[in-house]
Design a protein around this ligand. Structure first.
Ligand SMILES: [Zn+2]
Length: 257
């Protein structure tokens, strides 16, 4: 956060597990997985693991956490991919049967990058499933709707499942086209999974955007700031959904721990 001190901090890499009444289980991202360690053994990819050291205990892997809830990998109907950074997709290969849903613009951008550019932008090709093309569906092909005043100032949403239960919102800037997810949980009420559009809820509340140096890994800093401002505005509304950033420990503790 701008104005913060320079020190190491711990970031959780969170995953969303959603149970839909008719579609079954869906995931929002997969977080880290063993595949990350294999993909970052050699140069130059090992530099990635040096810059952001990853600690993953066996009981913290997604497969294990799902198994603890009685859910098998084959039970996952769909994985909504926020963006293709390694901390969000490292577990994709653990779900060989899931339908994959991502923004077309995001996929096209990743495909155009060379090996070093991918590394600079935190993408690891080795994490992608070999049959990605066969299982990938694009958010932009879903029906577009106006989410109305409840998500103001966001004016466009994608009806991801065709029943308006899960809305996809484009949150550009951190990467080319990041996918946010809006839904309603029977216990939590409305929620908005915002990926890395902000790294903490406090940053949004206090209008403290990331320091300038972080722009090195962003796709477009100006668009990031616009998205951040829109989320901050939404958060200030009394009826705002719970905004859940993928790396915000405080939000996770408050809502789920
Ligand atoms: Zn991330």
């Amino acid at each position: 956060m701008r104005g913060g001190s320079l020190r190491s901090v711990e970031f959780p890499a969170l995953v969303g597990l959603i149970r839909h009444p008719s579609r079954g289980y869906l995931l929002y991202d997969t977080g880290y997985a063993e595949h990350f360690f294999r993909a970052t053994r050699k140069l130059p990819e090992c530099l990635y693991a040096r810059v952001t050291p990853v600690h993953l205990k066996p009981e913290e892997t997604l497969l294990r956490q799902l198994a603890d809830r009685g859910i098998q990998a084959s039970d996952i109907d769909t994985i909504c991919i926020s963006h293709f950074h390694a901390d969000h997709i490292a577990g994709l290969r653990d779900f060989p049967r899931a339908r994959l849903l991502a923004m077309r613009a995001e996929v096209q951008t990743v495909r155009r990058m060379g090996r070093l550019q991918r590394l600079q932008r935190a993408f690891l090709q080795e994490l992608l499933p070999l049959d990605l093309d066969e299982r990938l569906e694009f958010v932009e092909d879903c029906a577009v709707l106006d989410p109305g005043p409840r998500l103001h100032p966001f004016q466009q949403a994608y009806d991801l499942l065709g029943d308006q239960s899960l809305l996809g919102i484009d949150l550009p800037g951190h990467t080319r086209s990041q996918l946010g997810l809006v839904g309603c949980d029977e216990r939590l009420g409305s929620f908005f999974l915002i990926g890395d559009a902000a790294w903490s809820r406090r940053a949004l509340q206090e209008d403290r955007k990331p320091m300038a140096i972080t722009s090195l890994v962003f796709d477009n800093r100006r668009r990031y700031d616009q998205t951040f401002d829109q989320l901050a505005q939404l958060l200030s509304e009394p009826a705002a959904p719970h905004l859940i950033p993928s790396h915000c420990l405080a939000t996770w503790q408050e809502l789920f721990a």
